[in-house]
Design a protein. Sequence first.
Length: 181
Amino acid sequence: MTDLKPVLYDPLCVSPVSSSPLSRSSIVGGQNASEGEWPWVAYLKIIPVYGRPGEYFKCGGSLISNHWVLTAAHCLDNAFKWWESEVVLGLYKLDISNKHNVTRRMKNFIIHKNFQKTHSIFQGSDVALVELDRPVSTSGNAYIQPVILGQSSDRFTASWECWGTGWGDIDNGGKRQRLSF
């Protein structure tokens, strides 16, 4: 059995499989999340350099501190207007803004030096950091909190269950408007 080091450690979503009756794999579908259930989820609105007005690409990420978001490198590897692109935190439903939403612009971004994309195939190190233009307040805000990062001594084994979140596909044609896991 191979042990892997965790990048993100989430006490709500990483637990020994034996303690949870729910075990499945799902990329399309999933379950609706409750508002505030995943307070570190970030919604990235990435403005392409050569896009039409109002056009943007969507990606997810995780708030790891009050001014940094962890995301996938492939979200940031094409030409985009990072200075106009936004990160929305506290978002629950895409079609409804609420008082918990906080929007920040990207100040900077760092793509992992070993990230490679060949013919739309991602070959390892698909990790990037986004620096926010100003910090977000997480004190007393249950809807926006950084994820708990793993320690270098932590190890994942095959008996651990992990969850993904986002606004992905409902089925082979529909998109979700509500955060899912």
